[in-house]
Design a binder for this molecule. Structure first.
Ligand code: ADP
Ligand code: MG
Length: 250
């Protein structure tokens, strides 16, 4: 078992946003979570990445219980994520966004920061090298010096991928990686996701575009009102009555 949730639950007041969800992420595969708006998909990501503490249940990663770990600890285990709405510094360049993002995640200690130690300088160099490497990987090498305010929505999505990849993760959670981009760009981003998977990175994505999910995913979980209503291969999900009903609002 790679990453597994056991009866994972999150309550917001009286609302059960995630309700006893058992899910297992398959290593080296593209896993997908689908479901109507408000189904609990982003909350499920927030629980696994440590941004919200679960109300109950467990999260096990490679045999270790990570249920109570904060987000920075989880990141050091090789788990990265993107957010549904990308918070980039619009007035900074693409390159600086990745460097700053990377630096925030690999926080140097106070001593290094105050005394500007050699180690800090070496770390900064490494941050910059890494930023160039991941921008190349996501196809933004030529866009590195553009201001974020001047790039397209699709390019912003790529910057979000670059930010996630900068920490050398083995598992990446992508929250609606193609939201707000056109069909051609969706195709391009799909190729990038496949490229990431081809490098051996395990992917778990939330996606609304069914055609894309069906083509891309090896394993799909469907959430509705916080509950898992189906799980399986794309062809199994496609013909599942509970899933069709959930999407039709039945
Ligand atoms: P999805 O990503 O599937 O659209 P979310 O996980 O964002 O759904 O939300 C699931 C439910 O939890 C929704 O009813 C939403 O309003 C609620 N919710 C999400 N985050 C919070 C929060 N921080 N506080 C209170 N309610 C929340
Ligand atoms: Mg969401």
């Amino acid at each position: 078992m790679y990453l597994e949730t056991k009866k994972l639950t999150k309550k917001f007041g009286g609302l059960l946003a995630v309700n006893e969800v058992d899910f297992s992420i398959k290593k080296g595969k593209i896993n997908a979570i689908i479901g109507p708006n408000g189904a609990g998909k982003s909350t499920f990501f927030n629980l696994i990445s440590g941004f919200h503490p679960p109300s109950s249940g467990e999260i096990i990663f490679k045999g270790t219980d990570i249920t109570k770990l904060p987000s920075n600890k989880i990141a050091t285990l090789g788990i990265a994520r993107t957010f549904q709405t990308t918070n980039l510094f619009e007035g900074s360049t693409v390159f600086d966004n990745v460097v700053i993002g990377h630096r925030l995640r690999t926080k140097s200690n106070l001593f290094d920061a105050i005394f500007k130690t050699k180690r800090l300088k070496q770390e900064e160099e490494k941050c910059k090298e890494k930023a160039l490497e991941v921008l190349q990987l996501v196809g933004l090498a030529k866009t590195a010096d553009s201001l974020v305010s001047n790039i397209t929505q699709e390019e912003k999505k790529r910057v979000a991928f670059a930010l996630a990849l900068a920490t050398d993760p083995e598992l990446v959670f992508l929250d609606e990686p193609t939201a707000g981009v056109n069909p051609d760009e969706t195709e391009e981003l799909s190729l990038l996701i496949e490229k990431m998977a081809g490098k051996g990175i395990t992917i778990c994505l939330i996606e609304h575009k069914m055609k894309m999910v069906m083509k891309l995913a090896d394993n799909i979980m469907v959430l509705n009102y916080g509950e898992k209503i189906a799980e399986g291969l794309p062809e199994e999900i496609n013909n599942n009555e509970a899933v069709i009903k959930a999407y039709l609002g039945g």
